[in-house]
Write a protein that binds this ligand. Structure first.
Ligand code: 5GP
Ligand code: ZN
Length: 113
């Protein structure tokens, strides 16, 4: 399958990995929008969150759990951070393999652009 993030999971495209378990991979974003910008993805291909089935509910929660563990391990959990998942064109999704962004290290504004 010609999917960038599936290739990162397979290891054929390099990434700065920060988390690796049976179901989820975490790595730094190549174009960071905050001092810390990481992506947590399911190892199994899922194009958008719209494609999630009832069986994927735990998997989606797993991404948020892995991100929160990383935030705590890195010491910025209490200061705060943002988790965001973009979906399709209006959401700003550009890579069609589900990913949860973790942004941290600066005061983020709301609403987002
Ligand atoms: P989206 O806009 O789909 O929510 O986010 C896609 C993210 O993937 C962007 O923040 C972009 O910088 C990141 N990205 C795109 N290509 C690569 C890559 O080859 N490696 C890594 N580590 N991140 C990438
Ligand atoms: Zn994929």
């Amino acid at each position: 399958m010609d999917c960038l993030f599936c290739r990162i999971v397979a290891g054929t495209i390099p990434a700065k990995r920060i988390h690796d378990d049976e179901h989820c991979l975490g790595f730094f974003d190549i174009n960071p929008q905050a001092p810390t910008h990481a992506l947590f993805i399911p190892k199994r291909h899922l194009a958008t969150v719209n494609d999630a089935t009832a069986e994927d509910r735990l998997l989606l929660g797993h991404l948020a759990y892995a991100a929160s563990r990383f935030a705590q391990a890195q010491g910025f959990a209490d200061a705060g951070y943002r988790l965001v998942m973009n979906c399709n064109a209006d959401g700003g999704q550009t890579v069609f393999h589900v990913h949860l962004h973790l942004l941290a290290g600066r005061r983020l504004t709301w609403p987002p652009g």
